[in-house]
Design a protein around this ligand. Structure first.
Ligand code: ADP
Ligand code: TYD
Length: 204
């Protein structure tokens, strides 16, 4: 049986990283064999592309193509073989980030992203996606106390408003795959929702 593919999404500072390690630990304690990974990155070549994507200025088309180049390598070298082995993959960001950031945020056309998505992984979608939804102003305050910004995190509030709206549209269009989590809720409450949802993914 193919393993499950789970992704975490949301604007920077919404709470993804806080819950990811805990979520993977919870799955492992239940005896599941889980690989935790991230995008852009997750394979040696894709991690090199991540450095460029996060720190070098570039035109949007270049950014979009590099995202999918990194994704292709990550899928071929890590995600697909791991799922084929019956193991789970939990990934920090995936193609929903591209629709939200490059599409809604930077204005790349969704037709173009759809075309690239169909080419690179038309046969594979996450089984479950957790979207951490949070007001961008609050997310920015949480970020500023946590770390130095990369090229995306340095964007203005209006950019993150567009990204958030892009994510919400994605979730509305595919309510079976998405679970939207209110990032303003206390951490223990969010954990309860995640914990309860594991059984649902398991049984699908
Ligand atoms: P992301 O990975 O989405 O960029 P983080 O998980 O790094 O965000 O969270 C950013 C900051 O917000 C961290 O300092 C974290 O402790 C804090 N944080 C995360 N979730 C919550 C929450 N539900 N309530 C209050 N603070 C939170
Ligand atoms: P992330 O790993 O969440 O950053 P951090 O480690 O600082 O929490 O993601 C890196 C950045 O990459 C994030 O700002 C969003 C951006 N990104 C895109 O713009 N498009 C994409 O397709 C992906 C996967 C990420």
């Amino acid at each position: 049986m193919r393993g499950r593919f789970v992704t975490f999404e949301g604007i920077d500072g919404a709470g993804k990283s806080t819950h990811l390690d805990w979520f993977v630990g919870t799955l492992r304690r239940r005896g599941l064999d889980v690989v935790q990974t991230r995008e852009p990155g997750g394979s040696p070549l894709a991690e090199s592309l991540r450095e460029l994507l996060l720190h070098r200025e570039m035109p949007i088309d270049t950014e979009l193509l590099l995202m999918f180049a990194a994704r292709r390598d990550h899928l071929d070298r890590l995600i697909r073989p791991t799922l084929a082995d019956g193991r789970w993959v939990v990934c920090d960001r995936f193609t929903d980030s591209t629709y939200a950031y490059q599409g809604a945020g930077r204005g790349a056309s969704s037709e173009r992203i759809e075309w690239l998505e169909a080419w690179i992984h038309g046969d594979l979608q996450p089984d479950r996606t957790y979207l951490f939804d949070l007001d961008p102003a609050l997310a920015a305050r949480r970020r500023s106390s946590a770390r130095a910004p990369d090229r995306f995190e340095a964007e203005e509030l209006a950019f993150f408003e567009r990204v958030r709206a892009g994510y919400r549209l994605r979730a509305q269009a595919d309510p079976e795959r998405f679970v939207v989590l209110d990032g303003e809720r206390p951490i223990p409450e969010i954990r309860v929702i995640l914990e309860q949802d594991i059984a649902t993914i398991w049984n699908t």
